[in-house]
Design a protein around this ligand. Structure first.
Ligand code: GLC
Length: 543
């Protein structure tokens, strides 16, 4: 493909480092472990790896509470291990995207330890400190007579978002657990320090960043109370208009983009907190982020009509604003695709979804293990590690389920580690693992690998225009992807029964890929309708 742009035309694979491969028998995955699997990843055909955080962390939110932005967690390795991973990845044409968690630090970060020690230290204003509500307000316009929390803001992980620090007789703000204090991005020194972190990793050769909850960096200067609304948890019972999405984010993104653009070929994608179409337009595009996530696929039903709605949303954003779409089926925060859509061990439905992900116009993100159809582990209450899981169980069991060790083989610890891993391996690893699937031509792994290959070989699948053939699909979803030179038709049956697809452009088509028919045979579609077998995936190229 000419002028291949890796983050637009390639496939990005998310690794949750502590669960991917353990090289030293600690029970936690690590960087040398990832390096040892680069050949596997190159063979799978991915173009970039997004690594969930790898920095030192006391693990109150499993590495999303960072205590040093410019080092590697010793349990994961060293800076030298990172450099080696990067150069070995680059040799294979694989880029590395780091996860930057710049909204908050760990409460053990040296900045916070200093900041909380008293009210006049050099870092006193590096975090968001407010007096109790009955002492003279700093900014608060709704003062209040209570000597309590400064306002009604809630933590998404449960409870109020303010924690009292007796050292200062003040509260600090934390959107996540109390051990994750939010930094004060309005302080120019903080802004400088954070941009230095970005430069540190760019100078080391990182190819890009995934910005954790970036649209929460700024909070209302007057700390106004969020208006109330109906919802289940306290957090959901508020309109989040004062604790996120403040206007100062735009100039910051422009500055950040300037830094990225001073290096060749770098990229940033934002995790849009409480994502929406409007926010994607606001935050991505020329001079801003290259991309912003939209998580609609991660909570969609197995229903082609729902997917169509989300796909058309992205297509509209592309047509109207030139924003290149991205698609995500799963990540470290949500139930795995397989667990959401399948009971038992059958992978037929997963093949339909994977086919959709890899043939749409937009960057596909794969979550580790998705290529072998990994399922969530289920844990007893006493085994839950994830903070929101501990807080909300049994209503919500947290995110441990989708973070279990990668299943490499059928041995006791699934080939992930020589010792008991930090989270249990899924019992299905005895049959569901990379080694077994490599040997099985019908496996999810070989299916995914061939589709990736197909995408790489057909520019139309990467860059081609998208035209929907089935506007209100009940059973089957069909679309074409076209460049002036190439026309490809994708038909996916989401139902366990025969389905017909109409509006097919008549003509002769070669079968490029099929779950039911012989590849390469020419089919002539003159009737504008074709029948699909239950859960059939059919990809044709016009001859
Ligand atoms: C993001 C991460 C999530 C983490 C949170 C706090 O949402 O994806 O895993 O818990 O930010 O950093």
């Amino acid at each position: 493909m000419n002028d291949f742009l890796w983050w637009r035309d390639g496939i990005i694979y998310q690794i949750y480092p502590r669960s991917f491969a353990d090289s030293n028998g600690s029970g936690l995955g690590d960087l040398p472990g990832i390096t040892s699997k680069l050949d596997y990843l190159a063979d799978l055909g991915v173009d970039a790896l997004w690594l969930s955080p790898i920095y030192p962390s006391p693990d109150k939110d499993f590495s999303y509470d960072v205590s040093d932005y410019v080092d590697i967690d010793p349990r994961f390795g060293s800076l030298a291990d990172f450099d080696l991973l990067l150069s070995e990845a680059h040799q294979r044409g694989i880029r590395i995207i780091l996860d930057l968690v710049l909204n908050h630090t760990s409460d053990q970060h040296a900045w916070f330890l200093e900041s909380r020690s008293n009210r006049d230290n050099p870092k006193a204003n590096w975090y968001i400190w407010q007096p109790p509500s009955d002492s003279p307000p700093i900014f608060s316009e709704n003062g209040g007579s209570r000597r309590g929390v400064p306002n009604n803001w809630q933590s998404i992980f449960g409870g109020r978002a303010w924690e009292y620090a007796p050292e200062r007789d003040q509260y600090y703000y934390h959107m996540f657990v109390p051990e994750q204090p939010d930094v004060n991005w309005r302080n120019p020194e903080v802004r400088q320090a954070m941009l230095d972190v970005v430069r540190f990793w760019l100078d080391r050769g990182a190819d890009g960043f995934r910005l954790d909850v970036f649209n929460m960096y700024f909070k209302d200067t007057q700390f106004r109370e969020n208006p109330r609304k109906f919802g289940l948890r306290a957090f959901d019972r508020q309109h989040h208009i004062y604790d996120c999405d403040q206007p100062e984010m735009i100039p910051l993104l422009q500055e950040l983009r300037g830094v990225l653009d001073s290096y060749p070929d770098r990229y940033a994608i934002g995790e849009t907190f409480i994502s929406s179409r409007e926010k994607i337009v606001k935050y991505s595009g020329e001079g801003k982020l290259h991309a912003a996530f939209n998580f609609e696929f991660t909570h969609s039903k197995f229903d082609p009509a729902q997917y169509v709605k989300y796909i058309l949303d992205w297509e509209t954003l592309y047509a109207e604003h030139g924003i290149w779409p991205n698609y995500v089926l799963g990540n470290h925060d949500v139930k795995r695709t397989a667990t959401r859509h399948v009971r038992g061990e059958d992978d037929t439905r997963l093949k339909v979804l994977m086919s959709m992900l890899l043939t749409l116009r937009g960057t596909p993100y794969l979550y580790y293990g998705e290529e072998i159809g990994m399922r969530d582990i289920s844990l007893k209450r006493s085994e839950i590690l994830d903070p929101p899981g501990k807080k909300f169980c049994p209503l919500y069991k947290g995110r441990d389920g989708c973070r279990s060790p990668m299943q490499w083989d059928d041995s006791t610890n699934a080939g992930f580690s020589s010792t008991k891993p930090w989270l249990p391996v899924h019992p299905n690893h005895q049959a569901r693992n990379v080694e077994a699937q490599q040997a099985d031509p019908e496996s999810m792994l070989n299916f995914t690998r061939s589709l990736i290959q197909l995408r790489r070989e057909h520019t139309a699948l990467v860059r081609g225009n998208f035209t929907l053939l089935t506007e209100k699909p009940k059973d089957a979803l069909a679309y074409t992807r076209e460049t002036p030179e190439q026309s490809i038709l994708v038909a996916l049956n989401f139902k366990n029964r025969m389905a017909s697809v109409e509006n097919i452009p008549a003509g002769n088509w070669n079968i490029l890929f099929s779950t039911h028919q012989k590849v390469q045979s020419t089919v002539s579609l003159s009737t504008e309708t074709t029948q699909l077998a239950p859960y059939e995936v059919l990809i044709l190229e016009s001859t």
